[in-house]
Design a protein around this ligand. Sequence first.
Ligand code: RIB
Length: 310
Amino acid sequence: MPSSRDNSIVVLGSANMDMVAKVKGFPRPGETVFGASFGMFPGGKGANQAVCAARLGGTVVFIGKIGADVLGKRLADTLKRNKVNVRHLMRTRDTMSGTALIAVDGKGENEIIVISGSNMAVTPGEIRQRKGAFARARVILSQLESPLEAVRESLALGRRNGAITILNPAPARRIPGSLLKLVDYLTPNETEAEMLSGVRVNTGARTEKAALKLLDLGVRNVIVTLGSRGCLFVNRKTSKRFPALKVRSVDSTAAGDAFSGALAFALAGGKAIEEAITFASRVAAYSVTRMGAIPSMPALRDLRKWRPGR
Ligand code: RIB
């Protein structure tokens, strides 16, 4: 019988309007500092990852909720312009669209405050109503800027249909073991790996220990992203470190999103995991050399032309 599955990627996640200030240094509590510039960029971990995979050439379906406001309209337009399928993007009049206040310092590091708004109004029932999209998908990708019950429902539908499930557990939140058991690839950074595993992550050996603990909790593969130090891939058969490309960081916002979006794209296209990780690392490195979240995601032709370190 012919399979009705295509190579699509379903992303359940957030869309936020990012209000970004460039600063020399982050303010301390009670301090006021002057910013060098301000910009408004479409973002949100879900939208960033969806656009990343779509710009690379993936077929991407986005599930999320925006407010019936001007920011929501801009976010929807951005997704559409980037060829993300928004058939399952919902709108609500009850809450405003998600926003994020972001400060980026001279080293490209960031501090982020997310005001979730409509992103947290997605229900498991609304996910179930969209089960047709899950039945066709090759990869299901989610993060933690959506309600955990909705994330769990998405991963469960993906698992039931034989799709590859990826969870980028950001921002760091405690999540139940029943959710972790549905994850094929978990992509935490060190903070998230520490919170989820309960293992203090302060050395390479401790990072591996945290990853092993996450395998014990039911995740099939863990990829801990380590910023400029690359990433660590761990499953029951292997533990392997992948280096990062050396680049001059302009804005590290959404580097983790670039990594997860590109990983989803590569796995949906049938790449083996180690090749997919090398590709995702390159996409993440590219993204930190550009300002903003969605504006920093490359198309394949940008990557081909790009010479890191120049
Ligand atoms: O990962 C970066 C993203 O985190 C930003 O775009 C912001 O909206 C928050 O969701």
